[in-house]
Ligand binder design. Structure first.
Ligand code: C5P
Length: 293
């Protein structure tokens, strides 16, 4: 079989509310995820020997057993008792550790693609169970589109698609340590009442849902890294209808009403030396289509 190349999309969080601390040390979240068309490209080539080999266009990315792609492939291989192996190449474009879920997306794509290529009789529940230990964001990328994440963010309920949105992702090149931010956060957790109300703006999306975007990690992140707060302010100043940090940052997304305004913002923001990626939302149908081969 010839090698197969598949897109592995990034995500943003339209909302991210922290409800409290779970007994396992993680935090309970209510988050509305959205896939966007900034993507890595993953190439899979099945081999007759059982080895799982990974290569990458970024030499600094670990390609050993610590990489989520290798861990996902290994977990599936063991689950299905598969005698074959795979060579995987990842062409990285999504910045790592940036709140865009790149590594989690790669892991979910690996599960979805290899279950087909290796003919693993895995149900969607099996894939969900394989995805959960790999990371809190991995289960979302099994379905993509717009979805509510509860628990650690790993219990996924698909939501109706939002209308296509033009976005600008901006990253000032800061690495935010997610665990540290969650630990600093505890005194200011969202009140449970508010947390239950916010996702309702997406059932189905109300016309004003963009005015209800939120991220409970922003305050703590902006205090520690003021530049990230500045990115958000500059996005708003340059005409974004709404702007929020994605996940624990450092990427901030802006929503733009039209292409001309976004083009103007790209010029302005790139002047600060920040990385900018124009992109758009990917709905659930488009996401599913991307796995057809
Ligand atoms: O899921 P990920 O591995 O990116 O999470 C990094 C760290 O962030 C976790 O080890 C944990 O300390 C914290 N976290 C949390 N609650 C979540 C997600 C992450 O406390 N729901």
């Amino acid at each position: 079989m010839p090698p197969i190349t598949i897109s592995s999309f990034a995500k943003i969080n339209w909302t991210l509310e922290v409800l409290g601390r779970l007994p396992n040390g993680y935090h309970e979240l209510h988050t509305v995820f959205q896939t966007v068309d900034l993507c890595d490209r993953l190439t899979f080539e099945i081999t007759t020997v059982p080895d799982i080999r990974l290569s990458c266009n970024w030499p600094e990315l670990a390609t050993d057993e610590s990489n989520l792609i290798v861990r996902a492939a290994r977990a599936l291989q063991q689950f299905g008792r598969i005698p074959q192996g795979v060579n995987i190449h990842v062409d990285k474009r999504i910045p790592t550790g940036a709140g865009l879920g790149g590594g989690s997306s790669n892991a979910a794509v690996t599960l979805l693609v290899l279950s087909q290529l290796w003919n693993v009789p895995a149900t969607s529940t099996d894939l969900q169970q394989l995805a959960e230990p790999l990371g809190a964001d991995v289960p979302f990328f099994l379905s993509g589109g717009t979805a509510l994440g509860t628990g650690r963010g790993d219990k996924i309920e698909p939501l109706p698609d939002v209308a296509p949105q033009l976005l600008l992702l901006v990253n000032p090149g800061i690495h935010v340590p997610t665990g540290e931010i969650f630990r600093k956060l505890s005194p200011q957790l969202t009140k449970p009442k508010t947390a239950r109300i916010l996702p309702a703006y997406f059932f189905p999306p109300k016309s004003d849902y963009l005015t209800h975007l939120c991220n409970d990690l922003e305050l703590t992140v902006f205090e520690t890294y003021p530049t990230i707060g500045l990115v958000r302010q500059k996005l708003l100043d340059s005409g974004a209808t709404a702007a929020r940090m994605s996940g624990s940052g450092a990427t901030v997304f802006g929503v733009f009403a039209d292409e001309a305004q976004r083009t103007q913002a790209i010029t302005l923001l790139a002047q600060s030396g920040w990385q900018v990626w124009p992109c758009k939302t990917v709905n659930q149908t488009e996401y599913k289509e991307s796995f057809k081969f």
